[in-house]
Design a binder for this molecule. Structure first.
Ligand SMILES: NC(=O)c1ccc[n+]([C@@H]2O[C@H](COP(=O)([O-])OP(=O)(O)OC[C@H]3O[C@@H](n4cnc5c(N)ncnc54)[C@H](OP(=O)(O)O)[C@@H]3O)[C@@H](O)[C@H]2O)c1
Length: 333
């Protein structure tokens, strides 16, 4: 009898939390007329995010280095306009080098299209290779582009966002920013760093109604991914092949949806859901439902992850045995 009452109370409590959940969630950001800045917006996931926001009525500033590719992307994005007032602005800058240059670019963009409502930090790159084969300069380069290249634009927009009590900042991490995998000794740390930055920043800006989203895309079919594949070690490739590849459109849709909602975490597919629950640690929650799901699923997901880790270790051992047997070079695919 006592057990039945306790069970009923628990179910009622969980139902109450579910009902209260929308009340503590952030108010969705309205994209029509909003100014969205997308770094890395001339290619891959960034370009698709810009298209997705443009389709919903936003004004876009695209930031990347190569001017030709920027103009090409602008033309593509403009095909999706929903009214004749919409604008796509292109600014060429390296987001990873000089903070004052990045600050100037944001100033220019704000003068033309108004204060930034949403910043998408998508500029980034990946290089894979075994620890001893990766040039030392590559470790610095990836940290610079993937980490500092997200710090600088965010630092340049944050004061205005806080003053206006409106804003969304999106960071592009990766599934390799949730779990360290063979071949990613240079890439993974630069994407793990993003999570630390995002968690600390979210705690600072939440009282100002500014919300941070960290996206963890899986392998996604983009020009950047094709480039990385040229030098990917066999082990990394075989591990990657255990999950399917997403399209940049799919990934962009999910990221934009989560950013509008102000969700801290943005993942895609069942692997993405599992990894995000498993690695949530003390990261912020934007709905009680999400928090409850993490509490309930964490143990089960840890068990499943042990099987994954075992199978990855097997792949790596098999590659090593084959190489020893056939005397092939211990390098890439
Ligand atoms: N594709 C995947 O499988 C995957 C998976 C997980 C996470 N991600 C992350 O998602 C983001 C986008 O990846 P993607 O595959 O779409 O890449 P992509 O197709 O190579 O596009 C990268 C974009 O970033 C710009 N960019 C690169 N370095 C820059 C810099 N220093 N300053 C300014 N702009 C710069 C590029 O333009 P310019 O070269 O002209 O500057 C381009 O617009 C990256 O952060 C990546 O790490 C990708």
């Amino acid at each position: 009898m006592l057990l039945l009452i306790a069970g009923t109370c628990l179910v009622a409590f969980v139902l109450l939390l579910y009902m209260l959940s929308p009340l503590i969630s952030p108010k969705p950001l309205a994209l029509p007329g909003a100014h969205v800045v997308v770094t890395g917006g001339s290619s891959g996931i960034g370009k698709c995010i810009a298209i997705e926001c443009y389709k919903q009525g936003a004004f876009i500033t695209l930031v990347a280095r190569n001017e030709e590719r920027l103009l090409q992307a602008k033309k593509e994005i403009e095909k999706h306009s929903i009214n004749d007032k919409q604008v796509v602005l292109c600014i060429s800058v390296d987001v990873s080098q000089d903070y004052s240059q990045v600050e100037n670019v944001i100033k220019q963009a704000q003068e033309k299209l108004g204060p930034v409502d949403m910043l998408i930090n998508c500029a980034g790159m990946s290089v894979s290779g075994k620890f001893e084969d990766v040039e030392v300069s590559t470790f610095e380069k990836l940290m610079s582009i993937n980490y500092l290249g997200s710090v600088y634009p965010s630092r340049a927009v944050i004061t205005t966002m806080k003053e206006r009590r409106v804003g969304r900042i999106v960071f592009l991490s990766s599934q390799a920013g949730q779990v360290g995998l063979f071949g990613y000794t240079a890439y993974s740390p630069s994407k793990f760093a993003i999570k630390g930055l995002a968690e600390a920043l979210q705690m600072e800006v939440k009282p100002y109604n500014v919300y941070v989203t960290v996206a963890y895309p899986p392998d996604t079919d983009t020009p950047g991914f094709a480039e990385e594949n040229k030098t990917k070690p066999l082990e990394t490739r075989l591990i990657s092949e255990t999950t399917s590849i997403c399209t940049p459109e799919q990934v962009a849709k999910q990221i934009v949806k989560d950013a509008i909602q102000g969700n801290f975490n943005s993942s895609i597919g069942s692997d993405g859901y599992m990894l995000s629950s498993l690695t949530c640690g003390m990261s912020p929650v934007t709905s009680i439902t999400e928090g409850l799901q993490q509490v309930v699923t964490m143990g089960l997901f840890r068990m499943i992850s042990l099987f994954y880790l075992g199978s990855f270790d097997n792949i790596i051992r098999r590659c090593m045995i084959e190489r020893t047997k056939y005397g092939t070079a211990d390098k890439t695919a």
